[in-house]
Write a protein that binds this ligand. Structure first.
Ligand SMILES: [Zn+2]
Length: 320
């Protein structure tokens, strides 16, 4: 059944019921990339392989494992390497230090990050940025290590996977003051900010990552009108699992653990809230993730990637 026939067959209240109960999620198959999953988190220690299999069965593959400090970035990279074969890549990783962990950095950190970033599984520098919500690291230390990681991304010509919470002014002014910042690809992951902040990020040509935060009736409602302002070629979707389980899903209420397979629910929720065909949103965000992280076109994603590529002007179609 196509999305349009689902839309025609089911009025808004019925679609809301189906969405809320997770039924809608399985009605139309689509392929998604989870741009941010903390797969090295201890809550996945007992069933990490099953979580990945469930994600793939739901159509969520590949996934990008977020690195949050040197040790976790190393674990993410090694895990991704073990998942992949020469022809099929199911996991990639980012390499970076979260602002919470900035205080753990020392004179060896940049060299360690650089060595990991040069591995084939590593596709971005981050997550890095500023978090003044918790202040787990002193703010001046956060700022210093944020700047060092931007320099590393520029040096290696890699995209930046960015984290900002309650720190917009400092965060934005650091980005703005970097020479040639427009030449570095940037994604503001788990965007939860205001319209003014969104416009500022878009003016720097940032990609915007939206998570299941948008499904939260207490604190995500303001995102609904904002997401429709994100250009189709700048939207990324992510779970940030095991955090931020979508509150509109009943399935995981008991465990409270988010998983990459729930990205299907998040994608449909976003599509519904902005009135877009979920299949189109899936194609657009899949292509955006491939382009942002510069993912290889392997046997696993070729069909989807080239399916999306056909929408480009003829001159840009790669030779096969
Ligand atoms: Zn984050």
């Amino acid at each position: 059944m196509s999305k349009s026939s689902v839309t025609l067959c089911y009025p808004v209240y019925a679609r809301f019921f189906l969405l809320k109960n997770g039924i809608y999620d399985s009605m139309i198959p689509m392929r998604l990339i989870d741009c941010g999953v903390n797969l090295t988190h201890a809550s996945f220690d007992k069933d990490r392989e099953q979580v990945l299999r469930d994600a793939e069965a739901a159509g969520v593959s590949p996934v990008i494992i977020t690195g949050t400090n040197v040790e976790e970035s190393g674990r993410a990279q090694r895990y991704a390497a073990a998942c992949n074969t020469a022809s099929v890549k199911k996991c990639f990783s980012t390499v970076g230090v979260h602002p919470h962990d900035a205080k753990t950095c020392d004179e060896n950190t940049v060299a360690q990050l650089r060595a990991l970033a040069l591995r084939p599984e590593a596709v971005a520098i981050g997550e890095c940025g500023l978090d003044y919500n918790r202040d787990f690291s002193p703010r001046e230390v956060q700022r210093a290590w944020f700047e060092k990681q931007i320099e590393l991304a520029a040096e290696l010509d890699m995209p930046l996977f960015l984290h900002e919470r309650d720190a917009f002014d400092d965060f934005y002014s650091i980005l703005q003051n970097i020479k040639n910042i427009r030449k570095i690809k940037k994604a503001v992951h788990c965007f939860t900010g205001t319209g003014r902040e969104l416009d500022a990020y878009l003016s720097l040509d940032c990609y915007i990552g939206i998570t299941g935060w948008i499904c939260d009736e207490r604190r995500g409602v303001h995102l609904h009108p904002l997401v429709s302002r994100i250009p189709a070629d700048r939207l990324l979707i992510e779970t940030d699992a095991p955090y931020l389980a979508p509150r509109t899903l009943r399935e995981n209420r008991r465990s409270g653990r988010n998983e990459p397979r729930y990205l299907v629910h998040i994608a449909r929720y976003i599509a519904d809230s902005i009135g877009k065909d979920p299949a189109l949103l899936a194609r657009e965000t899949f292509r955006n993730a491939c382009e942002f992280f510069d993912l290889p076109r392997d046997d696993h994603n070729e069909q989807y990637y080239f399916g999306a590529i056909r929408e480009y002007p003829a001159g840009n179609i790669p030779q096969t």
